[in-house]
Every structure is written in structure tokens, then in C-alpha cells.
Design a protein around this ligand. Structure first.
Ligand SMILES: Cc1ncc(COP(=O)(O)O)c(C=O)c1O
Length: 369
């Protein structure tokens, strides 16, 4: 079988987890494994992290949580999506923690409790400035009062989400934190003792120690990439994904040869053009062809022309690469490092977009487990 491969280094994932854990001290790490663990393959990733002692995972959808339960994952799971009435019974039965993230959610939960005499665990989400899900900051305290007056609701945690924690200018993040602290103070006066208080994503783990509370909610750093190029980058995390594809053909061509659709790439001299069996349908970042490179045996080579759906070409110059061998698109192997952050920056994308795009015919291979 030939085609793109995402080699997932589970030993590097564990290494990254340990670095984060060391950074945040006695705070718990909630591992964010939504979207198939950011494209890495959720079940092996969760199992590797369980082995490190992680006991809270976050996913987005209810279906993602059910997938983990069906795979025998018994640790705590929080879902980020908005709750709906039709999932309450199964969530309660299967111990899946839900988000109270909209005023009407409380009515739904109270109604469920009235009818069934039980309810799922909830984390109360405050919108402090992201303007996405979350009870609005100025309504949070009155909703907390209502929760207090609703026996049977189990509000295990409270949290919020940053819009700009990975930016150089942290003034808006500080403004969000100030709002969150005000809600926490009011909740304390109301007599709440939350088991978990969490606000920090990867950016805030690097940037905003004041918001670590007793749990951090981390995704990108676990996978060995930085959330942006504006954060401190001294944590020596390692790329978990090594994205590669095979060289399936090589031919010498003269100077002036047009390569790929549109003929936008023309060889400057006599050279060797290799065909790589991976395309944008597999998640290869198409805009990277403009100035992009791949790595092969310790050297970088230019992508030649537009990336096609299933293939693209590389200008190998004087090198005649071996058909059947692989080139590195991003990640790290024995001879090369090409960080996904470099591509994200060059094509004005993000590490989140690039990693979660990996798919199509890409085969995931798990090593170091
Ligand atoms: C609500 C929430 N918390 C935490 C995270 C983790 O963010 P990061 O991957 O930057 O650590 C995400 C990811 O987008 C999120 O949506």
C-alpha cells in the first residue's frame, strides 16, 4: 500500500504532557481530544494519556464522548457543545459531563431532573468575551443563584474560554480574566465550592499563569505545536505527528519545463522532478506550494507547481531520490525537522487548521506506544 502516512509518536505525546504538567505544577490537566485528537487519532492518544494519569478529557460533540465510552474509556469526559434534551439521559447514565452554556439550558436540566430525579454533571461556562457559547458575563451570577436554588443539579465545575491568550498583546485576555474572577467571587459568596475551575488553553499555559486555577484545558501543546508564533516558545515540546508521503516516480527534465496545473512553476535549469503520492484531498496544505518545501534526507526541496488532489511534484535538483522512499511534509524524523508552525505562518493559516485537516487516504501509524 502506498500513499500518505501520519506517523503518530505516542512517546512524544507523553513527553509533551510531562512538560506541561511540570509547567503547571499541581494543577490538573484536562486533555482536549476533540476532532479526533486534533487529527492524531483519538483512541490511541487517549490511551497514551491515561497511562500518564490524565483523568479528564474534553471533546466537542456528544458522539465523540460516546465513542470514547464505547472504547472502554472510564475517565471523566466533558463535552464543549451545547447540551440538548435528547442526550441528557444517556449522558447521565454514561457519566458524561455537560456544558451549561446558555440560559435556556438550565430550564432543560431542571425539567429533566423533575421528571427523572437525576441529572448529569455540569460545568458552568461563562462567556467573558469570546462571544461564543457561555452564559453572558452579566447574567452569570443570577443564573448561579438559580442553580443554587435547584437541588439535584450537580455543578462540578466552572470555566471560560480565551479569545486571545496566544497573542503578544494580552490586554483583552486580562480583561476576560478580570470578568471571570468577578464571577468566581460572586459564586463564592453564594456558597459554591467548585471541584474544577478552568480557563487556560495552550496560549494561557504559556502566557497567563494567573489563570491556571486548579485545572488547565490543553490541546495544541500536547500535540507538540505552538498555538501561534506570538507565544513564548521555550517549552521543548516535540511534534507528535510526522506527516509523510512516498516518492512514486522521478524523471529528469530540461530547464524551462512547466510543472503541474496552470504551468505556474517552470524549472530554472535541468533538474529531477519527483512525483509524491499525496494531495490536498489527503489534507496536504495546498497554498504551501507557492514557497513551500519538503524535507528528504537532511535537505529541503521546493514543491514544484500546484498541489493536485492526489499528488504533487518536487524539484529535487541534482538529487535523484529513491522511488518508494518518503519525504517529510511536516514533523520530525531521524534526519529532518520541518515544523507545522513554519507552514502555518507561511500560508497565513494556523496549526489547528493544518493538523485537523489531515485525512483523506492518509494512514495513521502509531509508534512509541
Ligand atoms: C473550549 C476550549 N477549551 C480548550 C481548548 C484547547 O485549546 P488549545 O488547543 O489552544 O490548547 C479549545 C480548543 O479550541 C476549546 O475550544
Amino acid at each position: 500500500m502506498t500513499g500518505p502516512e501520519a506517523i503518530i509518536h505516542l512517546d512524544r505525546l507523553r513527553h509533551n504532557y510531562r512538560l506541561i504538567k511540570r509547567q503547571v505544577g499541581d494543577r490538573q490537566v484536562m486533555a482536549v481530544v476533540k476532532a479526533n485528537a486534533y487529527g492524531h487519532g483519538v483512541i490511541p492518544v487517549v490511551n497514551a494519556l491515561r497511562a500518564e494519569g490524565v483523568n479528564y478529557f474534553a471533546v466537542f460533540s456528544f458522539e465523540e464522548a460516546v465513542e470514547l465510552r464505547d472504547a472502554g474509556i472510564t475517565e471523566e469526559i466533558l463535552i464543549f457543545s451545547r447540551l440538548s434534551e435528547d442526550i441528557l439521559e444517556e449522558a447521565t447514565e454514561r457519566n458524561i459531563t455537560l456544558n451549561l452554556s446558555w440560559n435556556d439550558d438550565l430550564k432543560v436540566l431542571k425539567e429533566f431532573h423533575r421528571s427523572f430525579g437525576r441529572s448529569p454533571k455540569i460545568h458552568f461556562k461563562v462567556d467573558t468575551g469570546m462571544t461564543r457559547l457561555g452564559v453572558q458575563y452579566h447574567e452569570a451570577v443570577s443564573l448561579l443563584e438559580e442553580i443554587k436554588g435547584s437541588p439535584g443539579l450537580h455543578c462540578e465545575g466552572i470555566y471560560s474560554h480565551y479569545a486571545t491568550a496566544d497573542e503578544g498583546d494580552l490586554s483583552y485576555a486580562r480583561y476576560q480574566l478580570k470578568r471571570f474572577n468577578k464571577v468566581l467571587q460572586a459564586a463564592k459568596v453564594l456558597g459554591f465550592h467548585f471541584k474544577y475551575v478552568h480557563f487556560s488553553n495552550s496560549g494561557a499555559v504559556l502566557n497567563l499563569q494567573q489563570s491556571w486555577f486548579n485545572m488547565v484545558r490543553v490541546g495544541m501543546l500536547l500535540y507538540g505545536a505552538f498555538p501561534s508564533d506570538e507565544v513564548p516558545m521555550d517549552l521543548p515540546i516535540m511534534p507528535v505527528m510526522e506527516f509523510t508521503g512516498p516518492i512514486v516516480a522521478v524523471r529528469p527534465v530540461p530547464a524551462g519545463t512547466h510543472v503541474s496545473y496552470g504551468g505556474v512553476y517552470r524549472t530554472k535549469r535541468d533538474t529531477n522532478i519527483g512525483v509524491i503520492q499525496t494531495g490536498f484531498a489527503d489534507g496536504f496544505p495546498r497554498p504551501w506550494y507557492v514557497d513551500g518545501t519538503v524535507a528528504y534526507k537532511g535537505k529541503r526541496y521546493r514543491i514544484a507547481g500546484r498541489v493536485c488532489m492526489d499528488q504533487f511534484m518536487v524539484d529535487f535538483g541534482d538529487c535523484v531520490p529513491t522511488v518508494g522512499e518518503k519525504v517529510l511534509f511536516f514533523g520530525q524524523n531521524d534526519t529532518d525537522v520541518l515544523r507545522v508552525e513554519e507552514i502555518a505562518q507561511a500560508i497565513q493559516s494556523t496549526t489547528y487548521v493544518l493538523l485537523t485537516a489531515i485525512g483523506g487516504r492518509t494512514r495513521r501509524v502509531f509508534v512509541g506506544g
